[in-house]
Design a protein around this ligand. Sequence first.
Ligand SMILES: C[S@@+](CC[C@H](N)C(=O)[O-])C[C@H]1O[C@@H](n2cnc3c(N)ncnc32)[C@H](O)[C@@H]1O
Length: 146
Amino acid sequence: MVKYATDPVTMGPLNQLKAWIYGEDNLSLFGMAKGIEFWEFLNINPKYQKSFNEAMACDSKMINLALRSCGLVFEGLESIVDVGGGIGTTAKIISEAFPKLKCIVFDLPQVVENLLATNNLSFVGGDMFKSIPKAHAVLLKVHVYI
Ligand SMILES: C[S@@+](CC[C@H](N)C(=O)[O-])C[C@H]1O[C@@H](n2cnc3c(N)ncnc32)[C@H](O)[C@@H]1O
């Protein structure tokens, strides 16, 4: 398991924060420091990809708490697409809470491959900068990082 908060690959780029802030290229901090963008790095390093997916999934379990007080947000919707939805932790919780709601998890192909669909939960791989599946609502749940 990779410990993101202490791993030199993931934390090392912070040493170049100043150069990144004052630099003029369009790369992310990780991209500038490592010469490869983060998502591409994950794609070719399965150990990091697996740990990253698990970390995101762990954080997403908190959606259970939000659903208790914000469930109304989803009522009346027929379909929703979770863009960048990772391995589907958030969408799974929503799909179970609202069995009539069709939930689509959209993420990079390598993230959603081999994930099991259910009655109202499906997985679609692709690039959100090109197109996303049609749905009545879009969920975009992100984490802040550089
Ligand atoms: C910070 S994670 C958020 C995951 C999830 N939404 C959550 O809250 O736990 C960002 C997600 O976006 C996905 N992603 C990155 N670039 C993407 C792209 N071009 N198209 C689709 N998904 C992408 C990553 O694979 C990752 O699962």
